[in-house]
Write a protein that binds this ligand. Structure first.
Ligand SMILES: C[S@@+](CC[C@H](N)C(=O)[O-])C[C@H]1O[C@@H](n2cnc3c(N)ncnc32)[C@H](O)[C@@H]1O
Length: 286
C-alpha cells in the first residue's frame, strides 16, 4: 500500500541524512528527562532475552511507535549496532524535538506521525517496537494492525507495557496515581488511560495472529519505593498534574483525589508496576 494512503509525516531529522547513508557512531547516552526511563530489569532475564533477540534477528529497519524521548532507539542502537535505519514516530512534537537533541546518530529518523496511520509501505520493516505506550494510544487495535501491516513476513514485534495485576502496595499506589494522571490528561483532551491488565495487553496482540509469541514478566522492584529521591519525583509529578488540571470543571475533585494518593504514598511508598515484555514473529508467507 502506498504511504500516501496512511497519513502524513513531519520529519524531525534536522541535519540528519537520508536512510541510505551509513550511520555515525551510535549515541548511547540514556535519556534522563523521562521519570520512567526504559526499564527492562526482569530478574527472569527480560533484558538479556530481548537483547539476545535483537542480536539474533539483527533487524535492518526498526520502527519505534510512540517513541517519546526515544529511549527504545537508544537501546536498540546499543544492543544492535548493525541496525541500518531506525525510525521513531510520535504525535507529540515537543517529545520529538527533545529526542532529537539526544539522538544524533545519523541512522535515526524522527517523524511526527499517528501510530494508527503509519505513512509506510506494507512489509517494509523487520522490527516494530512499542514501549510503555499502549495505554497512551487512542486506537490500540488500529495501531497494532498498522504494526502488523508494515512488518515484513518473519519480522518481529516487541512490546513492553506495564500492567496492573498482582501489584505490591507501592505498585498499587503507582497504578492508582497513574489512573489519576490519566484522568487529568483526559480532562484536558490528551489520550491517556489507566494501565491495562496483562490479559488485556495479550488480547490486543491476539488478532495479529503472530507466531513464536514469548511473554516475559518483569515483576518490578519495591526496594526504592520509600527513597526520598523517588518520592520527590512523584511529588513533582503531582504538582505538574495539579497545575494541568487548573481551569477544568472537575478541578476540585481531581486535586482532592491527587492529595489523597499523595497522603497514601507516605504509608506505602511508590514504585513502578509490573510489566510484560512480549516478542512475536509475523508468519512467513506460505
Ligand atoms: C510513555 S510515552 C512514550 C515512552 C517511550 N516509548 C519510552 O519507552 O520511553 C507515550 C507516548 O505515546 C505517544 N502517543 C500518544 N498517542 C499516539 C499516537 N496516536 N501515535 C503515536 N504516538 C502516540 C505520546 O505522545 C507519548 O510520547
Amino acid at each position: 500500500m502506498h504511504p500516501s494512503r496512511h497519513g502524513d509525516a513531519r520529519s524531525f531529522t534536522g541535519a540528519s541524512p537520508g536512510p541510505d547513508e551509513p550511520g555515525a557512531a551510535a549515541t548511547r547516552r540514556p535519556v534522563s528527562a523521562s521519570p520512567w526511563p526504559l526499564r527492562l530489569t526482569a530478574p527472569g532475564g527480560g533484558q538479556a532475552a530481548v537483547e539476545d533477540l535483537l542480536r539474533r534477528c539483527a533487524p535492518r529497519r526498526v520502527v519505534d511507535i510512540a517513541t517519546g524521548l526515544g529511549n527504545v532507539l537508544h537501546w536498540v542502537l546499543g544492543a544492535c549496532p548493525s541496525c541500518g535505519h531506525l525510525i521513531g514516530i510520535d504525535v507529540a512534537l515537543a517529545a520529538l524535538r527533545s529526542a532529537r537533541t539526544a539522538l544524533t546518530d545519523r541512522r535515526v529518523r524522527l517523524l511526527a506521525m499517528d501510530g494508527a496511520h503509519l505513512a509506510m509501505r506494507d512489509a517494509s520493516v523487520d522490527m516494530v517496537t512499542l514501549a510503555y505506550s499502549l495505554h497512551h494510544l487512542p486506537d490500540v487495535a488500529g495501531t497494532l494492525r498498522e504494526a502488523g501491516r508494515v512488518l515484513m513476513p518473519g519480522g518481529r514485534l516487541l512490546i513492553v507495557e506495564m500492567h496492573r495485576d498482582e501489584a505490591l502496595p507501592s505498585q498499587a499506589l503507582h497504578n492508582d496515581m497513574h489512573g489519576w494522571w490519566a484522568a487529568v490528561d483526559t480532562a484536558v483532551g490528551v489520550s491517556h488511560r489507566r494501565i491495562y491488565t496483562r490479559g488485556q495487553i495479550l488480547q490486543f496482540i491476539a488478532p495479529l495472529a503472530m507466531e513464536e509469541i514469548t511473554v516475559i514478566e518483569d515483576p518490578g522492584d519495591e526496594s526504592q519505593a520509600r527513597d526520598e529521591e523517588v518520592l520527590q519525583v512523584y511529588r513533582k509529578r503531582f504538582d505538574t498534574y495539579a497545575d494541568k488540571a487548573r481551569g477544568q470543571v472537575q478541578y476540585e475533585s481531581l486535586v482532592a483525589r491527587g492529595q489523597e494518593l499523595k497522603a497514601r504514598m507516605l504509608q506505602t511508598g511508590c514504585s513502578l508496576p509490573r510489566a510484560v515484555i512480549v516478542t512475536a514473529r509475523k508468519p512467513r508467507e506460505g
